[in-house]
Ligand binder design. Structure first.
Ligand SMILES: [Zn+2]
Length: 63
């Protein structure tokens, strides 16, 4: 049986805890349930998640 482990990280804007499903992948967007800020998952490992603000969606492609 697969055990689902929800990881979490902290919103950099309001400090609220953001739950990250363990099947999330880098590049996915998550939203802070408190302030509504969107974050992009930069990297995700078994026990840690790194996120960055995703306000400039679409500007990071190419160069
Ligand atoms: Zn927030």
């Amino acid at each position: 049986m697969k055990q689902v482990i929800n990881m979490n990280t902290k919103c950099r804007i309001c400090g609220e805890k953001i739950e990250v499903p363990d099947d999330s992948m880098a590049g996915e967007l998550i939203e802070c349930p408190s302030c509504g800020m969107n974050f992009e998952i930069v990297s995700i490992a078994e026990s840690s998640v790194e996120i960055k603000p995703a306000e400039n969606v679409g500007e990071d492609w190419g160069e």
